[in-house]
Design a protein around this ligand. Sequence first.
Ligand code: MN
Length: 235
Amino acid sequence: MNVHASATNYVFSPLPIPTLPIVGTSDLFPVHRIYCVGRNFAEHAIEMGHDPDREPPFFFQKNPDTLVLSGEEFPYPAQSSDVHHEIELVVALSKGGIDIAVKDALDHVYGYAVGLDMTRRDLQGVAKKLGRPWETGKAFEASAPCSAIVPVSKIGHPSAGALWVKVNGEIRQTGDLNQMIWKVAEMISYLSGLFTLQPGDLIYAGTPAGVGAVVRGDLINGEIEGVGEISTLVV
Ligand code: MN
């Protein structure tokens, strides 16, 4: 008996595991964990008041059940008056491991998606100031909108391509995947030294400059060239 043993005598029915659709098939991608990397674009690090030098990457997690699909509504969260959009490349793993070498890392990727790392910036700011964890700022309900996954077999491994966010048709964030400080293979390798990566893990790969607040009624649209699009209405 261990914590992963399958059981039929649960004391209540467990919630279904979160899944993402896959472009071009009716098969589903079962999600295990969501890792998010901080400050992976120099101009965003600067706008957040940090030195963009290449310090080691750092990570936080969102819970898998905070995912919402592109096209679904984003319910404005409680306890915040400064909720920001952060568009990010999402890396979806189909193989796990520990201490994965950079040269082997991309073999672990199933595909890519477009995500929004929605952030209660005011609560994150308080946490930063007090040296507390970021969960209240980052891991709230519906904080991880995500598009369908497009498999590597269709698009390869995008290392360049424009990404942008519009709010109500007005451009807010712009950047290019080639500006990422830590590349996808490096992030997988680094993370696998800290955690046991598993099939189903997602990595939100960091956001370019131009993050900003949304309010109820705003329509958020984003795109990563060659990967896909995302949209959500703030309600
Ligand atoms: Mn982010």
